[in-house]
Ligand binder design. Structure first.
Ligand code: ATP
Ligand code: MG
Length: 201
């Protein structure tokens, strides 16, 4: 049996090696610019992640803005909090919800908030822009993918953007710096548990 001192020594050497590798990578990351983040996949946590990033940004005294491309039927806890902290919210408040099926009205509603999104993506005073549930707008053809990509690529250098929604288009993940796919290993809803205020919205 290997004695404890030898085991401890090996553990220490492994940790040291790990630390050296991490330090090397931290030193190598020298570029300073805003990033494009895509949070996609079928699991829970995409919008939560986007709003968590907005809270982080505002907590440092930076400006952030949010566009919600799908209006829920409930009021939204993060909006209640963050609007009070000076975060501009633009919410698609006519036309598209999961319940409607009117392509013309949905497209007009999406285009309306997209104008606000374009203004935000051209505003250098914004450190972060969250475009929540935008993937569906592209998927359904309510927004033009080339136009979205052009606006993202032309944004101020210091500005970061978070895009959320399932099934992110490949061209969006291609231009992103960070892409996370949330996997649904389990969801309470499947066990018949209702969505909860203060947890799910
Ligand atoms: P959240 O806002 O909780 O981070 P999300 O943005 O990842 O969720 P959406 O598809 O936008 O996911 O879902 C909005 C609502 O649907 C939330 O109430 C969320 O809890 C619920 N939801 C998310 N993923 C699932 C799932 N796999 N099964 C059932 N309900 C889900
Ligand atoms: Mg969401």
């Amino acid at each position: 049996m290997v004695d404890k001192a030898v085991k401890d020594e090996r553990h220490k050497a492994r940790q040291q090696k790990l630390k050296e590798n991490v330090d090397k990578r931290v030193d190598a990351a020298q570029t300073e610019r805003g990033v494009l983040i895509v949070i996609t996949g079928n699991g829970k946590g995409k919008s939560t992640s986007g709003f968590g990033t907005v809270a982080r940004c505002v907590g440092h005294g930076y400006k952030a803005a949010v566009v919600q491309f799908i209006k829920g039927t409930w009021d939204c806890g993060e909006r209640n909090l963050l609007e009070g902290a000076g975060v501009e919210f633009q919410v698609m408040n006519t036309g598209f919800t999961w319940e409607t099926q009117n392509k013309e009205a949905d497209t007009a509603a999406a285009q309306k908030v997209w104008q606000a999104a374009k203004r935000m993506l051209a505003d250098p005073s914004l450190h972060l822009v969250l475009l929540d549930e935008i993937t569906y707008m592209v998927q359904y053809g309510y927004l033009d993918l080339d136009e979205v990509i052009d606006a993202l690529n032309a944004r101020p250098e210091e500005q970061s953007v978070v895009l959320t929604g399932r099934g992110a288009h490949r061209r969006l993940t291609e231009i992103a710096d960070t892409v996370s796919e949330v996997q649904p290993l389990k969801h309470a809803f499947d066990a018949g548990i209702k969505a909860r205020k203060g947890v799910d919205w």
